[in-house]
Write a protein that binds this ligand. Structure first.
Ligand code: SF4
Ligand code: SF4
Ligand code: SF4
Length: 155
């Protein structure tokens, strides 16, 4: 996972403000939160000398195409289906007390957020996630229990 300083090092560092931010560091923070993309920095996008850095930033903080309303991204290529996140999610546990809530296979799927299908984790019902809505909290249950960092939240 990247950080703002790493992204900042790839920017032109002129603080020209063409992106609408007060500095390149502020732009780096906006990149990290996916508020902006590399395309929002005109020098980075347009000047050939920054081509490699532009591509690197897109690689590190590209548009979050797979993100859901909660900012949840599942990196399916990393997931090996261990199920840790499925049983760690408090919403899963609350909605399936005799299944995942008791350390068993899910008894029903329709209210669960994280399930395993064909050996890979799938996310659904993301509006049930504790990171969603006006009373959201920064739940980390699924993130911290994944041994391979296959679950990421970008907002
Ligand atoms: S447009 Fe690019 S170079 Fe200028 S301040 Fe923003 S991030 Fe920095
Ligand atoms: S952030 Fe919490 S509530 Fe949301 S999917 Fe992960 S463990 Fe479940
Ligand atoms: S904890 Fe990680 S590796 Fe295990 S099922 Fe969940 S996402 Fe996949």
């Amino acid at each position: 996972m990247t950080n703002a300083m790493e992204l900042y090092q790839l920017l032109p560092k002129t603080n020209c403000k063409e992106c609408g931010k007060t500095s390149c560091m502020a732009f780096a923070v906006a990149l990290l939160s996916r508020e902006l993309t590399a395309d929002d920095c005109p020098p980075l996008k347009n000047e050939p000398k920054f081509k490699e850095k532009y591509e690197k930033i897109n690689e590190l903080a590209g548009p979050a195409g797979g993100a859901t309303e909660t900012g949840l991204i599942v990196h399916e290529e990393l997931c090996f289906g261990c199920g840790n996140c499925v049983v760690a999610c408090p919403v899963n546990v609350a909605n399936d007390p005799y299944g995942v809530g008791s350390g068993n296979a899910p008894k029903k799927n329709e209210k669960l957020i994280l399930t395993i299908e064909d050996g890979i984790v799938k996310a659904q019902n993301v509006d049930e996630c504790r990171r969603f809505g006006k009373n959201k909290i920064l739940c980390t249950g699924c993130i911290v229990t994944c041994p391979v960092e296959a679950i990421e939240f970008v907002v």
